[in-house]
Design a protein around this ligand. Structure first.
Ligand code: A2P
Length: 334
């Protein structure tokens, strides 16, 4: 493309949409024109981009004429309905929802791992699940070195992963508790303030949740590793921003801590913070607003043959969503 692209953000007023706008600006993405789309409720709102107020428009079927790249983050049902319409209109869709991730005709991409898959897109490229993206930033380099057979993992997921309403719910509940008022809830099935919920997304007949199965299913597709197995428990925690994942991974090749550390230190988009004696390890509070994910607590797994345990944290609104989407757009421009 010779000119700067016309970019649209669908779901511009949401937690991820706002980060997409910020990330386009911060990374100096060559935006020729920016169109912001959301529901009719947001018409009249204006959002800042490069110092200018841009009005939010209502998403409609004819919204995509002249748009080159559309970053979607307005939920799966909006993506299912509008992404094919946008692609039909000649726009490349980078979709943050789960709607197309497992579609054989749609690449599912983390640029540090499988940027080459972008080449075979047919108008839609999927962004991975946030927890999967953060886990794979540390797991994939280890897999490339030692061949990962399977993982056992637990996630610690921030409320902003549920969207702007969930951030407000945690804030409100903390305030209600401090003021000794009755706690009200709208978003989660239980109080989230001062609590943890072993429940992210809906339950499947197997007893796992949909979110838990994304690590295995999306991990297989992104790593090109159909035999990869993952047993995951996803947990919502009263953290505003950044997800953490505790992982025990079993490898085919022997993996010493020293060799693994050497691999992780060279991995793109990943910082190693691993000095337990000084209480230094990745923390969601400090990963918030950072592009890189961080890994630490690396140790030999005492229950698995050729196993390693580690802890990864990353800003799920960025690497798990907005940043990854903008990185895909950057790859498209190369
Ligand atoms: P709106 O703010 O107008 O409701 P979050 O995940 O943080 O809740 O954000 C969801 C995003 O998806 C928001 O930008 C929201 O816009 C947008 N959205 C929700 N429903 C629709 C819809 N029917 N049409 C277009 N955008 C929608």
């Amino acid at each position: 493309m010779n000119r700067k692209p016309h970019v649209a953000v669908v779901g511009a007023t949401g937690a991820v949409g706002l980060e997409m706008i910020k990330t386009l600006e911060k990374r100096n993405f060559p935006v020729g024109k920016l169109t912001l789309l959301a529901s009719a409720r947001s018409v009249g709102k204006k959002l800042k981009f490069r110092g200018r107020d841009i009005p939010v428009q209502e998403l409609k079927k004819d919204s995509f004429g002249g748009i080159d790249i559309a970053l979607f983050s307005a939920g799966g049902s909006i993506s299912k309905e509008y992404a094919p319409i946008a692609a039909q209109a000649g726009c490349v869709v980078i979709d943050n929802s789960s709607a197309f991730r497992m579609d054989d005709k749609v690449p599912l991409v983390i640029p540090e791992i499988n940027a080459a898959d972008i080449k075979w897109h047919k108008g839609i490229i999927a962004n991975p699940n946030c927890t999967t993206a953060i886990a794979l930033m540390a797991l994939y380099p280890l897999h490339a070195a030692f061949n990962c057979k399977r993982i056992f993992a637990s996630s610690y997921q921030a409320v902003s992963g549920t969207g702007a309403k969930a951030i407000a719910e945690l804030e409100r509940q903390v305030d209600q508790i401090v003021k000794k008022q009755p706690v009200t809830r709208e978003v989660y099935p239980h109080q989230i303030a001062f609590n943890v919920l072993p429940h992210v997304d809906s339950f499947l007949p197997t007893g796992y949740t949909k979110e838990e199965m994304k690590m295995e299913n999306e991990g297989r597709k992104i790593m090109h590793h159909p035999a990869f197995r993952a047993s995951v428990t996803c947990v919502r925690v009263p953290v505003y921003r950044a997800h953490s994942v505790a992982i025990s991974a079993e490898f085919e090749k022997p993996a010493t801590v020293e060799a693994a550390l050497a691999v992780l230190k060279k991995a793109p988009g990943l910082d190693v913070i691993d000095n337990p004696a000084k209480c230094e390890y990745p923390l969601p509070l400090y990963q918030s607003d950072k592009y890189n994910c961080a890994v630490g607590r690396l140790r030999k797994d005492c229950a698995l043959e050729n196993g390693l345990c580690f802890w990864v944290a990353g800003d799920q609104l960025l690497k798990g969503a907005a940043l990854n989407a903008v990185q895909i757009a950057e790859e498209l421009m190369k």
